[in-house]
Design a protein. Sequence first.
Length: 375
Amino acid sequence: MHTRRVTYQHTIEYEVINTSNLFHPQNCALLSAGRVEDARRFVVVDSSVEKHYSAAIREYFAYHHVEAKIVTFPGGEENKTIDYYQSIVRELDSFSIHRRDEPIIAIGGGVLTDVVGFVASSYRRGVPHIKVPTTLMGYVDASIGIKTGINFNGNKNRLGAFHAPQMVLLDKSFLKTLPRRHILNGVCEIIKLAVIKDADLFHLLEAHGAQSVDAHFQDEQGGIILDHAIAGMLEELQPNLFEEDLARKVDFGHTFSYGLETRHEAHLLHGEAVLLDILISTLIARARNLLSEEETSRIFRLTNALGIELDASILNPCLLWQSLTERTYHRNGLQRVPMPRGIGGCVFLNDINTDEIESAVKTLEDRITVKHEII
Ligand SMILES: NC(=O)c1ccc[n+]([C@@H]2O[C@H](COP(=O)([O-])OP(=O)(O)OC[C@H]3O[C@@H](n4cnc5c(N)ncnc54)[C@H](O)[C@@H]3O)[C@@H](O)[C@H]2O)c1
């Protein structure tokens, strides 16, 4: 037997940059990576964003003498499909960008950045891309990591890749036009971080969250909450970008939500499913004395104060158990469910059973009285 070993190390480096007035001609952030002489860019824009910024985007590239092909993409989970993936690849193929220095630009919500990120990861075996999140979900979560993907075969994110962006540009003014339901959708991911790792962030949400939601996070405290959330998220992601360690705090709220989201895709947003999971997990943690009664009440009070309405009627214990089983495969055979230990603390459980889930569902149904209206 003769063995030849190949090893290669590759450094991942990208910047997450706060900016404002992204399409102002004097703002060079969007063109600060890649060639600027004889430059071309393939730009994919969420259609809801295009409505507001169509002229500004076109004028921006024209001003900088960059030939831009601008393709629109409808956001929404129902479009995170292989068909849309293929249609973007076809558009890209007919534009023929340079492989190394004409990064694809993705401007939109988490669906768009996931799909376009997957296009970038697979086109010619990987081309650079820049992400510009325009939803709160994208701003604090989907855009700042390196995961890309599309839904496939009835499963969320079944096809995807780890593919780092060249940079992420954060301009919170995009949130001004985001519908309130989608603001709250992103807030659910901020609550996740607050409960599982950051008691200060939890305090900030208690003190200013409702007002910042009303202000679409354009207020000063809203900016502080966003900065805190992004810092916390990156602190978790950076040492484990490729998820070698499958016990991840940021998976809090992402165990039971998986099945809920898949079953109720038509009327449940990702964050809404995550929050239901957070509350189920909170009650399991309470029953195990990982949370006190007062801490449990604070989590429920915060959810109410922020005005997030939830529909507990979809909480079928069998579905939650199936979801946990599926996630156990995903986590390589162990449940590895992150659970709060006090607000801001975390412990991983591997022995959650069906009785605990049933009991948590019953308690949650009693606590949630407001039926979620589908907008
Ligand atoms: N890659 C990751 O690490 C990661 C992390 C979290 C979530 N995600 C994924 O993110 C997706 C959800 O993202 P989302 O909540 O942003 O959904 P989304 O991309 O579907 O956007 C929500 C809606 O808002 C619209 N929109 C976008 N920007 C807008 C703006 N500025 N003004 C008005 N409307 C606007 C979109 O057209 C869409 O209708 C899910 O598929 C989830 O799996 C990925």
